[in-house]
Design a binder for this molecule. Sequence first.
Ligand code: COA
Length: 257
Amino acid sequence: MGVLYEVNNHIALITVNRPEALNALNTEVLQELDQAVSRAEADGDVYVAVITGAGKAFVAGADISQMKDFGAVEAKAFGEYGNRVFARIESMSKPVIAAVNGYALGGGCELCMACDIRIAGTKAKFGQPEVGLGITPGFGGTQRLPRIVGASKAKELIFTAETIGAEEALRIGLVSKVVPDEELMDTVMELAAKIARNAQIAVRQSKDAINRGLQSDIVTGLAYEAQAFAVCFSTEDQKDAMSAFVRKEKVTAFKNK
Ligand code: COA
C-alpha cells in the first residue's frame, strides 16, 4: 500500500508509505492519496485529518524516475492530476494537519502547503528543488508558497532550489511550530484532538470562510464570513454552547448538529 489510512478518536491518519523511495509521489501513490482524502471527507466519524510520511521523509517530491521521460502532454496531465489531488486536500471541508517528519521537497513541500496547518519535527527539511532539475514546481508551489511566505522569499527559495531546515521554515512562517522529532506525532494528535473537541460545523465554516476570503477582496471575504456566521446560528451546537455559557456551564461534547 502506497498510502496507509486509519481512524482513531475522530482523527484520520493518512501516511504516505513508500519509504524505499522517500515517499516520492508517483501516479499510484497520488491515486491512493486521493482515495484516502475522499474517504476522510466522506466519513462522518472523521473530524480532522493528519497527513504524514513513513520513515525518514515526509515526501521527497514527485517521482523523478517516472517523470524523466515525460513529454509535455504527459507532464501536463501529471501536473494537473497532482494539482487536483492537492486542491481536494485544501478544499476538504475538515481541517487537515501536515505532520512534517522529514524531507518535504518539491511535491512534498507542495503537499504540506495544501494542508491547513503545518507542524514540523526538528529534522524536517523544506524546499522546491525543481529548477535544479530543469523544471518548475508543478503541484502548486509557484502559487501556494508566495501566498504563505510572501513573493520575495518564495522567489528566493524557488530560484535557488535551496533546502531549508525546520527552524528557518518556522521563521518565515512556512510552518507554525517545530517540536523534537520524537514528540511530533503526539503534538499533532493533541492539536487534532483539540480541534475535534470544538463544534465541527463552526470549524468547517471557519475553514471555508478563510479559504474563500484568501482568494477574494476583503469586502467579498467579509460577506463569506457573515454567511458562515449566520449558518452557525441554525445549529444546535450554537444554542447549546451559548445557553450553557449563560448558565455558567460548558458543553462537554458537541452534537455537531
Ligand atoms: N523521486 C524518485 N525517487 C526518489 C526521490 C524522488 N523525488 N527522492 C528520493 N528518491 C529515491 C532515491 O532515488 C533512492 O532510491 P534508490 O535507493 O533506489 O537509489 C531512495 O529514494 C533514497 O534516496 P537517497 O537519495 O539515497 O537518500 P539520501 O538520504 O541520500 O538523500 C534526498 C535524500 C531527499 C536529499 C535525495 O533523495 C533527493 O535529493 N531527492 C530528490 C528531491 C527532489 O529533487 N525532489 C523534487 C522532485 S521534482
